[in-house]
Design a protein around this ligand. Structure first.
Ligand code: NAP
Length: 164
């Protein structure tokens, strides 16, 4: 099973602010759905709360250290490794780590690919950041620029990194 990270980040590394994403990027949401649909998605408890419901068409695994965490339509795991085991147990070929910051940082050590939407913007006052993508570890294998449509705040690049 390969492990992939899916994240949208501003130039200054911001991925979140006040428990949500500080932008509207419809093109990124479409990309996210296309890349994750039908696959297990693994997220931190705060990211789950920010989404507010299970993402349809995907096994949702929420990571929380709270032993009694439970929510409708999602599975619970107490660690990233336990979440990956749950995904593996379904026979999935790919597990998608979809945030937030702590899970990304931990998953970056073991992930096979990073699917990053680079927003061409600096976002002020962000409070949640993506760890820098180390160019000695990761190489770009796909990249294309996306001009914003009327439902996107910023231009962006869709970039896929593979471990060197
Ligand atoms: N731009 C993007 O692509 C993107 C994607 C996702 C999220 N976000 C943003 O990121 C922010 C939320 O991220 P966050 O970093 O604050 O929180 P988070 O990673 O979503 O959730 C943190 C919580 O997850 C649990 N957790 C994390 N790592 C764990 C581990 N290794 N083992 C067990 N439990 C673990 C803990 O839950 P308990 O406290 O319950 O134990 C922890 O408090 C929001 O602003 C959201 O909008 C952005």
């Amino acid at each position: 099973m390969i492990i992939t990270i899916h994240v949208a980040a501003a130039r200054n590394g911001v991925i979140g602010k006040n428990g949500t994403m500080p932008w509207h990027q419809s093109s990124d949401l479409k990309r996210f759905k296309a890349e994750t649909f039908g696959k297990p998605v693994i997220m931190g408890r705060r990211t789950y709360e920010s989404i507010g419901r299970a993402l349809p068409g995907r096994l949702n695994i929420v990571v929380s250290r709270k032993p009694d965490f439970a929510a409708e339509g999602v599975e619970h795991a107490t660690s990233l490794e336990a979440a990956l085991d749950k995904a593996r147990a379904t026979g999935a070929q790919q597990a998608c780590v979809i945030g937030g910051a702590a899970l990304y940082a931990e998953a970056m050590d073991i992930a096979d690919r990073l699917h990053v939407t680079h927003l061409e913007a600096e976002i002020a006052d962000g409070d949640t950041f993506l760890k820098a993508i180390d160019p000695t570890v990761w190489k770009v294998i796909e990249e294309h620029r996306v001009d914003p449509d009327e439902k996107d705040d910023y231009p962006m690049r869709f970039t896929v990194y593979a471990r060197k």
